[in-house]
Ligand binder design. Structure first.
Ligand code: SF4
Ligand code: SF4
Length: 334
């Protein structure tokens, strides 16, 4: 651990009336007079736990108060959903209350992107995100069946890239099977969230149609019989996040409330698996997610790991390794 001066500042608050104080202590005035992209997930159809328009509006009002010009932003999704298309996502956003009248700014959805190279691989970052220099991240912290948790890293690593890159991230994490090592213990089949693996005493099969490339089976095989086809999803997630934000002025606010089992991409993401905790704000993505996870683990030890059989800390550690941010932080409660 380094000295306090090396630690990233993470401001923790539970009362939203302290939002202004929190962001002002983190250099919010640097957003004055600028176009500000506000990155968030506006929720899958029928999902109940995505960030709410009233909450988002408080950030938009603050940005307007310093003459910034904010707009809400997300990208189209890979899976079958109205949000697969720009026009469909715009409709879902309106249905969920993200309208200029309610929130006070436009909603921009990207379907195409710009290639950015990180650690020798290319990630397509959403066009508007790539062009933006000032970014406010409003991540909702919750569980996730492929990455254990979704926070700020996931808000960008999956949410900031194009469908082509989303597909590449998932495909790389599908299992490569080594028959000679397999004991047919069946653990991979038990933990697969998509029921894609069938195992009996002498046979192992994976359905290519059902496999979503979450990598959970690889993480749980104790006999080294499975490996990622290309990369651990949590590694490429961190790399893709870096492609979205490097060299930009970004403020991260994690909402640690409505902590559901699954992510906002899931129509039925419940139940709630941890009581509400509050909010953290930081200029460091890794510090914001580390603090969020620590706060959750203090209340419900290892809740994401136990729920999803995957360690959410991996994305954080990978993020630190590739220079996305720091796991060393100083928590300042206000
Ligand atoms: S967990 Fe590993 S050893 Fe067990 S059945 Fe699956 S691949 Fe084989
Ligand atoms: S990668 Fe995920 S979805 Fe595919 S077989 Fe493994 S656990 Fe199942």
């Amino acid at each position: 651990m380094g000295g306090a001066e090396k630690m990233k500042k993470v401001v923790f608050f539970t009362d939203l009336s302290l939002l202004k104080e929190a962001v002002e202590s983190l250099g919010f005035s640097s957003f004055a007079d600028s176009d500000v992209l506000v990155k968030l997930h506006m929720g899958e159809v029928k999902n109940k736990y995505f960030p709410k328009p009233d909450y988002v509006k408080q950030h938009i009002d603050l940005l307007h108060s310093i003459d910034a010009k904010p707009f809400l932003y997300d990208t189209t999704v890979l899976y079958k959903s109205p949000r697969h298309y720009k026009i469909g996502y715009q409709k879902v956003a309106r249905l969920h209350g993200f309208t200029k009248k309610k929130v006070g700014c436009d909603v921009v959805i990207d379907d195409n992107g710009v290639p950015v190279e990180i650690e020798g691989e290319t990630y397509e970052v959403g066009k508007h995100l790539h062009e933006s220099t000032h970014i406010l991240s409003l991540a909702h912290v919750k569980g996730h069946n492929a990455t254990g948790m979704g926070g700020a890293i996931k808000n960008f690593g999956m949410g900031g890239v194009t469908k082509e890159t989303k597909k590449w991230l998932h495909h790389g994490s599908k299992p490569a099977y080594k028959k000679d090592e397999c004991t047919y213990c069946g653990v991979c089949a038990e933990v697969c969230p998509f029921d894609a693996i069938k195992v009996n005493e002498s046979d192992w099969k994976r359905s290519k149609q059902s496999c979503f490339g979450c990598g959970v089976c690889v993480d749980n095989c104790e006999f080294n019989a499975l490996d990622y086809q290309r990369y651990d999803l949590q590694y490429t997630l961190a790399c893709a996040a870096k492609a979205c934000v490097q060299d930009k002025n970004v403020l991260y606010i994690n909402e640690i409330k409505r902590i559901s089992k699954n992510c906002d991409c899931d129509p039925f993401s419940g139940p709630i698996i941890c009581p509400d905790i509050g909010y953290v704000a930081s200029t460091d993505m890794v510090a914001a997610d580390t603090a969020s996870l620590d706060l959750i683990n203090n209340v419900k030890p290892d809740v994401f790991k136990k729920t999803h059989h995957v360690d959410p800390e991996k994305q954080i550690k990978y993020g630190e390794k590739i220079g996305l941010g720091s796991t060393e932080y100083q928590l300042i409660s206000i």
